[in-house]
Design a protein around this ligand. Structure first.
Ligand SMILES: [Zn+2]
Ligand SMILES: [Zn+2]
Length: 273
């Protein structure tokens, strides 16, 4: 059984629930560990349609204070203070400073932007893309993903193939090519060498792609490389805490994984499941 959800959000970004309510949901589901990994404010110019930068920036001290109170509260479920950081090409100094701003237990590295385009913001542009245009975006995404890993700033690579969110069929066409898997392998090998974990996320099950992140070919390669893995719901409300964890467990087991990881104060702790 998976007992740790290593990626969740609160109402302080675009989530719906307070840290306290997310924690209560984790306790109710029998988790022994819940990582709060709120988004970190992005620099101006990296914008979503419904941008929450101001709200998030204003409430970051509340987030840290409330999660610390849960962490120090000694409850049956351990609360971890984390952040989900964006990898934004050309913004490494900004990101490095944000990572160092607090005594975080765990830092997630995520690519949500290709250049200045938040590619997971909506399906509209994707709908008009040819296979060739999709291929260019997948290529650019995994190149950025490798740079994110090589930065050495993060403990976990989140939702490894998020880029499939609105074009899963085209993504599998791309992924079936040997040169695509070569690019993925470069990222995964860098991840292993950096001592990072790869996240397995149920969020994709709730998105148009309808698939766990990452897809099976990436899971196989991760298993060959014996990468440490974390499990995550990427919950943005109480109902999604530990969402799909039975499916995540059988999915990971089918590739030979028998342990997952909790990251606390940057240290990895292996757990059976
Ligand atoms: Zn994310
Ligand atoms: Zn997230």
């Amino acid at each position: 059984m998976i007992l740790a959800d290593m990626h969740t959000h609160t109402r302080y970004s675009h989530g719906a629930s307070t840290p306290e309510d997310m924690y209560a949901a984790a306790v109710a589901r029998g988790l022994t560990c819940l990582a709060f990994t709120e988004h970190s404010p992005r620099p101006v110019g990296f914008d979503y349609t419904h941008e929450y930068r101001e709200h998030l920036t204003r409430h970051l001290p509340d987030y840290v204070r409330e999660v610390r109170a849960l962490r120090d509260g000694g409850g049956a479920c351990e609360a971890l203070l984390g952040m989900e950081m964006d990898w934004l090409d050309g913004q490494e100094d900004f990101t490095r400073a944000a990572c160092a701003a607090c005594d975080y237990d765990v830092l997630l590295g995520s690519v949500h932007f290709i250049g200045r385009w938040g590619f997971d913001d909506g399906d509209t542009p994707w709908k008009s893309f040819s296979q060739e245009e999709c291929d260019r975006q997948y290529q650019a995404y995994f190149e950025a993903w490798e740079r994110m890993i090589r930065s050495g700033l993060f403990h976990v690579a989140s939702h490894p193939d998020l880029v499939k969110i609105f074009s899963v069929e085209q993504f599998h066409v791309w992924l079936s090519r040997p040169e695509s898997m070569d690019l993925v392998r470069r990222g995964l090998t860098a991840l292993r060498d950096a001592g990072m974990c790869m996240e397995i996320s149920s969020a994709g099950l709730r998105k148009p792609c309808g698939e766990i992140y990452p897809a099976a070919p990436i899971m196989s390669m991760a298993a060959q490389l014996a990468l440490p893995i974390t499990f995550a719901s990427d919950a943005h409300c109480v109902n999604d805490v530990a969402h799909g964890f039975d499916r995540l467990a059988s999915y990971a087991r089918s590739f030979g994984f028998r342990e997952y990881t909790v990251v606390r104060r940057g240290h990895k702790i292996a757990m059976p499941f």
